[in-house]
Design a protein around this ligand. Structure first.
Ligand code: 5AD
Ligand code: SF4
Length: 443
């Protein structure tokens, strides 16, 4: 074992993947090195997610394993980072493995917290910030390819959807200085990366004001243009858009720059206006459909994906049918679909009964998944016979003779390698498909 070696596991969203890279960078500067083998590390970290109960359950399970590691080797330090650290704070010390708890805005203090945990025992820091954006820290990239990378453009969330824990664990919304975002994109492009995904809980509310000159500001539509201008060879993606804030400006920026990918992830959550109001989403089915219409008018080839929650508080069969109907109507290219999971402390947990029985939630979720998979297949079939420019990300996991990459619309595409390498663009003619993948050949 080496006390200076850090092992980190990451759960949850892309933002957490990025945060783990920030953590590794901060620890690297303090003299620690990354280690991918748990049995060699002196510091074991788990970067956690609180979005649904099962995400937290998985982490408790990992802590049991970390405890077993601690028993094998004296002096191992275990730290819990991220959203669960923020939500549960010192309650995490109930698990005998845990020596350190650090919330999403406390990562600069990690070297100090680790030192103190070694010298004095349990340490925690979960103070949330109005300002922290880690804008000066270059993440230590951990991705499996050297082609695509994340860039966090903002932190926190001010939306207060009634079901959601994020505003409580990630703190208030803050936008990062655009100069540092563009510099990060330039450095990535300079070291061979070909795609950046700009991350925020609600990218459409990105707004940076120059603290020295408040009349100077940059909004999200302007930011994606600035990043697109880094190079026409650098693809730009972003996530997540919010239907109440996604304006036409973003769509015009997308239409103007061929390297801004034609994919919008626009979580709808439900197709029932009663549910949307209860969720505090601040849009209606009608205004959502108006936004979809505008996307298709300005970017006809756009892929649109969504998030859907089944079985939110008091959801009736009629509300559920309205969700299925909306799906039929919009015909999303893909969706992340979940059963409602009550999160302690949220408005829904405090004021509404979690009253849809578990078996009903499961059945409704299955109906949603089944419908989406038929629609995804149908949309993918429409791609057959067309040629798409694919950015090659790597070798297919199932067949080493095949490469995989994604189209501008974020569809995964598999094709025989024929001398093309990861990081290159390939024009691929689609010959067949499944609901999840396009299969083709180089043209
Ligand atoms: N239960 C189930 N799904 C949730 N999501 C957020 N909070 C919950 C919850 N309490 C889903 C939403 C969101 C996605 C990131 O996770 O669909 O868009
Ligand atoms: Fe990401 Fe939300 Fe999970 Fe936190 S709770 S890791 S912000 S998905």
């Amino acid at each position: 074992m080496n006390a200076g070696k850090v092992y980190i596991e990451t759960y949850g969203c892309q933002m957490n993947v990025y945060d783990s890279e920030l953590v590794l960078s901060i620890l690297h500067k303090a003299g620690y090195t990354r280690c991918e083998d748990i049995s060699e590390a002196g510091i074991l970290l788990v970067n956690t997610c609180s979005i649904r109960e099962n995400a937290e359950q998985r982490v408790w399970g990992r802590l049991d394993l970390f405890l077993a590691e601690k028993k094998k080797r004296r002096g191992v330090i275990v730290g819990v980072l991220g959203c669960m650290a923020e939500r549960l704070k010192d309650k995490l010390f109930a698990h005998p493995a845990v020596d350190m708890v650090a919330g999403p805005d406390s990562y600069r203090k990690l070297p100090e917290l680790i030192e103190k945990a070694v010298a004095e025992g349990r340490q925690s820091d979960t103070v949330l910030s109005f300002h922290e954006t880690y804008s000066d820290i270059e993440p230590l990239r951990t991705g499996s390819d050297k082609v695509t990378s994340f860039i966090s453009i903002m932190r926190g969330c001010n939306n207060m959807c009634t079901y959601c824990i994020v505003p409580y664990v990630r703190g208030p919304e803050r936008s990062r200085d655009p100069k540092s975002i563009i510099e990060e994109a330039r450095r990535l492009y300079g070291s061979g990366y070909k795609e950046v995904s700009l991350l925020g809980q609600n990218v459409d509310s990105y707004m940076w004001r120059n603290p020295d000159n408040p009349t100077e500001s940059v909004n999200f539509a302007q930011l994606i243009e600035l990043v697109a201008l880094v190079s026409p060879e650098l693809r730009v993606r972003f996530s997540t858009s919010h239907p109440k804030d996604m304006g036409n400006g973003v769509l015009y920026s997308m239409a103007m720059y061929p390297n801004i990918c034609t994919h919008i992830h626009l979580p709808v959550q439900s197709g029932s206006n009663r549910m949307l109001q209860k969720m505090n989403r601040k849009y209606t089915v009608e205004t959502y459909l108006e936004r979809i219409g505008k996307i298709r008018e300005i970017i006809p080839q756009a892929s649109i994906t969504t998030d859907i929650i089944a079985g939110f508080c008091s959801e009736t069969e009629e509300d559920h049918k309205a969700t299925l109907e909306l799906m039929q109507n919009v015909r999303f290219d893909g969706a992340f679909m979940f059963q409602y999971s009550e999160r302690p402390g949220t408005k829904a947990a405090r004021h509404f009964a979690d009253d849809v029985p578990a078996d009903v939630k499961t059945r409704r979720l299955n109906e949603i998944i089944e419908l989406q998979s038929a629609i995804s297949l149908e949309n993918n079939r429409k791609c057959i016979g067309h040629t798409y420019r694919v950015l090659v990300e790597g070798v297919s996991k199932r067949d080493s003779g095949q490469l995989f990459g994604r189209t501008s619309g974020n569809k995964v595409c598999i094709f025989p390698s024929q001398g093309i390498r990861p990081g290159e663009y390939a024009d691929v003619l689609i010959e067949s498909c499944t609901s999840a993948t396009l299969l083709g050949r180089l043209v």
